[in-house]
Design a protein around this ligand. Structure first.
Ligand code: 11C
Length: 342
């Protein structure tokens, strides 16, 4: 069976990744509609031997669509309910519906059972949450997790195409001894901007509760919802780094039960979508240049932390546009197809 598919945000980084993955995974589509804001409408996209014209997304765009893949952005909030009204299932990459109790928040390897409860919209978690939980789930199932201290090293592509251009332009300006301009990061709509080239920015998104950022609090709230466990203490620091693609995370865990580094390696190796790259003697560990364009989340630097009872340190790296966004959403769609849920 084949499905009529619409991609909202088809011209952005996540939209492009949707197209690549649809081809790569042989996703069973019949009709394909590429939708975007009026700014991008009219653009032509060549895909699998056909030229598509990007259409402006409107409520009627979802007539006769069965699967709507939303790349993320402000349009989700108004258009997702319109698509559902017209009979589509929406897999939404924005943060608009993630904490809505009626909306499942899903990583297919972690909590696929939640998909069955959907009422039309299924939310894709934030990229930093997905990459962290791919590594935490097998450890959590075996030894429970009491506390997580996580520091992220997030690539500029997480902040969009303009942020990628900004890093590149700043590097070139630096080499040419020209003035370095900063107009986008830490966030285009923020009152101040700082250089990202040769720098680190300890702010992703706006500050919210208790001087944590919104990105940090997403990691807390989304983890509690996905694991269905609000008792886990989570203390995040999210940092933007001058890397183009793939988010990295240094994660310190306090477990409820003992788990050796070797047991953790075995559990992680057996978990679908995770690869263990951990051979210190050979200098083997995950790095963002190596995971970019790949589907698996890589885990390395697995060490027992003797400073607390049942402590464990891990280093996790994943392509946030693939597993952190487009791939995860497409896997949700594939699960639904496989289980006759669409
Ligand atoms: C970043 N994690 O790297 C963000 C981008 O809630 O889906 C994705 C924001 C989200 O800046």
């Amino acid at each position: 069976k084949k499905y009529n598919v619409a991609i909202l945000g088809a011209t952005g980084a996540v939209g492009k990744e949707f197209l690549e993955l649809i081809e790569e995974r042989n996703f069973p589509f019949a009709e394909l509609k590429l939708l975007a804001s009026s700014r991008s409408a009219g653009k032509k996209i060549d895909f699998m031997g056909k030229t598509y014209t990007v259409e402006e997304a409107k409520p009627e765009s979802f007539d006769n669509v069965q699967i709507a893949l939303f790349a993320g952005g402000a349009a989700s909030k108004t258009l997702a309910p319109e698509a559902v009204k017209r009979g589509a299932v929406v897999i939404d990459n924005s943060s608009a519906f993630r904490m809505d109790p009626k909306v499942p928040l899903v990583i297919p390897e972690v909590n696929p059972e939640a998909i069955k409860e959907h009422q039309g919209i299924i939310a894709n978690p934030n990229c930093s949450t997905i990459i962290m939980l791919m590594a935490l789930k097998p450890i959590y199932d075996k030894a429970k997790i009491k506390r997580v201290v996580v520091s992220t090293y997030q690539a500029v592509s997480g902040a969009g195409k303009e942020a990628i251009d900004e890093l590149e332009n700043q590097v070139v300006a630096h080499i040419q001894r020209a003035p370095v301009e900063a107009n986008i990061l830490p966030g285009a709509s923020l009152p101040k901007h700082y250089q990202i080239a040769f720098n680190l920015l300890p702010q992703i998104d706006v500050f919210v509760d208790g001087d944590y950022t919104k990105e940090e609090m997403k990691m807390v709230h989304e983890t509690h919802k996905i694991l269905g466990d609000h008792t886990i203490g989570i203390s995040p620091t999210a940092v933007r780094v001058p890397v183009f693609r793939s988010h990295s995370e240094s994660i310190n865990l306090e477990l409820a039960e003992p788990l050796s580094a070797q047991e953790a390696r075995e559990l992680l190796s057996a978990f679908p979508g995770v690869v263990v790259e951990d051979a210190p003697a050979d200098m083997v560990y995950p790095m963002p240049l190596l995971t970019s364009g790949k589907n698996d989340v890589a885990v390395g630097r697995i060490r027992e932390d003797k400073s607390v009872p049942y402590g464990l340190n891990i280093w996790v790296v994943g392509d946030q546009i693939r597993k952190g966004a487009a791939l995860n959403a497409l896997q949700i769609a594939e699960y639904m197809i496989g289980h006759n849920l669409v």
